[in-house]
Structure formats: C-alpha cells, structure tokens
Design a protein around this ligand. Structure first.
Ligand code: MLT
Length: 255
C-alpha cells in the first residue's frame, strides 16, 4: 500500500476520494505536519500507486487495509479524515474499529446507501472505464467536482485534478465503483458514532449536497458542521487555507 507519512505528533489519517489518489491531500499533509501533527495518507486499494487487477474493492476492504497500515506503523488510534469515497471508508472504519478512532473529519460525505438506480449507474460507469478508459469522461467530470470560481480562477488546481484523474488505474477505478455500489447504508450507524466529528461541506458541491452533510450532522451527537463558500466537491484542494484552519482548530480542541 503506497502512502505518505509526514510529521510527528497525534496521527491524522487522510482518505482520498474517487477517482483520485493521496496527492489530493498535499496541502493538508504540509499544513498538518507543520503544525504538530503526523499526517498519513494512503492510496486506497486499486488507486494511486497501488497495483491492482481485482474485480471489486469494497469499502470494507479499504477500511481493513487502513487498519493493517496502522498496525504496520504501530499506531493504535488516529483521527480519521475522509473525503467523499474516503468518508464511506471512514464510516466503515469506525464501524469495524471504533476503539481506533480518536475523532472523525467527514468532507463531501454522504451516509445513505446506494439504491437500485445508483448501483446500475455505477456498474455502467465501471464498464465504460474498462472499455474506453477514463480520458473521454474527464472534462465532463470537472464541473461536477469543482466550484465555478475554481474552474474560472484556479487553473493550477484544475490541472492537478485533471492529471490525477487521468492517471487512475482503470481496473482500480472499476473496482472502486463496484465497491461503492455495494457499500452499506451508513445512516443507521450514525447514532453509534460517539467520537467528536467535524463535518465539512462545500457550498457549491453538486455531488454531495449540503443536505447530505446536514443528515450526518443530525445523526452524530458530537458533531459540528462547517460549510466552505466557493468550494465544490474537492473543497480541500479548492480552499486549502480555510479547510486546513477548520481541521487544525478542531484537532487542537481534542489534544
Ligand atoms: C468521490 O469523490 O469520492 C466520489 O464522488 C464518491 C462517489 O461517487 O460517491
């Protein structure tokens, strides 16, 4: 499992979204490690620099991979921070290993499971990627992932996101789509989560509406909800200063 491990201090594990890799956390790794935290960002199963040719990578597989990495690094407990697909993995992780979670950060997150239509659409997308590759879809994806302001004014961020998507392993992409299609409905888990939880939503996120964040906020007793203006789904890359400040302020209250 490829990963970054930077800094010293309380551990924050950063779980990336889809179809991305750990490079999406670059600004968070830099900021957290400069502020007294140890940031660990793995490439999730099938994605980033990991080799993979399986049919499906479930959220459960990915959560167990993260636990195995923590074992290898001799880390008992960490703050688990996931964006989008990474938040599904975070939900699975806290369900499987509640004692290993000091706190949660859930960004661009959604608790509801996939209905029949979503499962079918994900299987279609998995097939398309295996047949045609990811390049034909990348330009159409960008307006869903990034706020209008980012698209208009932050060409470096747009280019980074485009390149990150284009280097996705096709088998890994299809396998993660199938894994997301097969994910559990996490809404029933929310009332069992009793660690401090920071929920962050991008006001312009069209993939995960702020309503999805509201639902999670209502379900987790010890949660706070923050919304970032002029940010879409990839809010941590679009507004890194604001995102980083929210996360570090939250972490400082814990330690
Ligand atoms: C992501 O950003 O991880 C994806 O949008 C997740 C999803 O497709 O549900």
């Amino acid at each position: 499992m490829a990963y970054d491990d930077v800094g010293r201090g309380p551990v924050v594990v950063l779980l990336h979204g889809y179809p991305f890799d750990r490079s999406m956390w670059r600004e968070q790794i830099d900021f957290l490690s400069a502020n007294g935290f140890r940031a660990i960002a793995p490439d999730l199963r099938g994605l980033g620099e990991n080799r993979f040719d399986g049919e499906i990578a479930t959220m459960d597989d990915m959560a167990r991979d993260v636990a195995a990495l923590m074992d290898e690094l001799r880390i008992d407990q960490a703050v688990i921070c996931g964006l989008s697909m990474g938040s599904y993995v975070a939900f699975e992780f806290v369900h499987l290993f509640p004692a290993r979670v000091r706190a949660l950060v859930l960004a661009g997150a959604r608790a509801q499971g996939a209905d029949e239509a979503e499962r079918k659409s994900r299987e279609d997308k998995a097939q398309q990627v295996l047949t045609d590759g990811i390049a034909p879809f990348v330009e159409a994806m960008l307006p869903d992932l990034l706020a209008p302001e980012t698209l208009a004014e932050k060409p470096v961020v747009v280019a980074r996101v485009r390149e990150m998507i284009l280097r996705t392993n096709l088998h890994g992409a299809a396998a993660a789509q199938r894994g997301m299609a097969a994910r559990r409905d996490y809404s029933g888990d929310l009332s069992d989560i009793n660690v401090p939880t920071l929920i962050i939503a991008g006001r312009e996120d069209v993939v995960r509406k702020p309503d999805d964040a509201e639902l999670i906020h209502r379900g987790i007793t010890k949660s706070i909800l923050e919304v970032i203006d002029d940010a879409g789904h990839l809010m941590n890359m679009e507004q890194p200063e604001i995102f980083n400040r929210m996360v570090v302020d939250f972490l400082r209250l814990l330690h």
